[in-house]
Ligand binder design. Structure first.
Ligand code: UDP
Length: 239
């Protein structure tokens, strides 16, 4: 078995990882593809916790607040959207026989366990994939912040932010052919540059608690395995 750099990871996925056409909804085939990627990392002997976003279904600010809704209600809806994504991913993993627990920051007891830190760690120790739904359970936050919070709580060694961009750039590489790509960044530089990859609340939490962040392209073959093996991939944000 390959040497591992990280034995317990927190994988942050945007809701768009499960999205269907146009970035909206849930496509079970995409959930299946994500599950395959998670299983490959699991098979390396890594404990895997996942925070999944809800942007493919609902974003509190853009979809609610900006249209006159009350912020807290709009954010509650966003958090519930992440629970749907969590269930879709759990279903995809369990179809492969991978024991998986969804734990939610807002109680939805009929469908998932409430989040309890000690139970989450216990699940991981038993080799179960733990998917955290409903973000932090609080409005005005994002699932990026939920990812840094849960990563800290469960003592994950790295937060892997896997999106469709392969690294952090100083501008959008799709719009600017000369965009500078970073292999490494300090937290403070990432904060000062206001890199779009993660909001500043989440980034500041990682900085204050010295949790490395690895930004990779989820869809690039082998990217997650490379992170846990300690190979250079994407952008590493650390002290
Ligand atoms: N949300 C929230 N508190 C949290 C996490 C999420 O209120 O701790 C709400 C917020 O409205 C957000 C939505 O849930 O817009 C979906 O999460 P996010 O936008 O982070 O999803 P992603 O962009 O990762 O798909």
């Amino acid at each position: 078995m390959a040497e591992l750099k990280y034995r317990r990871i927190l994988l942050k996925l945007g809701g768009e990882a499960l999205a269907g056409e146009g970035g909206f909804g849930i496509n079970p085939r995409r959930a299946e593809e994500v599950a395959q990627k998670v299983i490959r990392v699991l098979n390396m002997g890594v404990q895997v916790a996942i925070v999944i976003g809800g942007g493919n279904l609902w974003r509190g600010k853009e979809d609610g607040l900006d249209h006159g809704m009350e912020r807290v209600t709009a954010d509650h809806m966003g958090m519930l959207a992440t629970v749907m994504n969590a269930l879709a991913l759990q279903d995809a993993l369990e179809r492969h026989g991978i024991p998986t627990r969804v734990m939610t920051g807002i109680e939805v007891r009929a469908v998932a366990e409430p989040y309890i830190q000690r139970r989450a760690v216990r699940h991981l120790e038993k080799g179960r994939v733990v998917i955290f739904g409903a973000g932090t359970g609080n409005p005005y936050f994002t699932t990026d912040t939920a990812a840094s919070l849960r990563a800290m709580e469960i003592d994950a060694e790295v937060l892997i932010k896997a999106t469709k961009v392969d690294a952090v750039y100083d501008s959008d590489p799709k719009l600017n052919a000369n965009a500078r790509r970073f292999e490494r960044l300090t937290y403070i530089d990432a904060l000062n540059m206001r890199v779009g990859v993660m909001d500043s609340t989440a980034m500041a939490m990682c900085m204050d608690n010295d949790l490395p962040i690895c930004v990779v392209d989820l869809w690039q073959e082998g990217s997650l395995e490379q992170v846990v093996a300690g190979e250079a991939v994407g952008t590493l944000i650390s002290a």
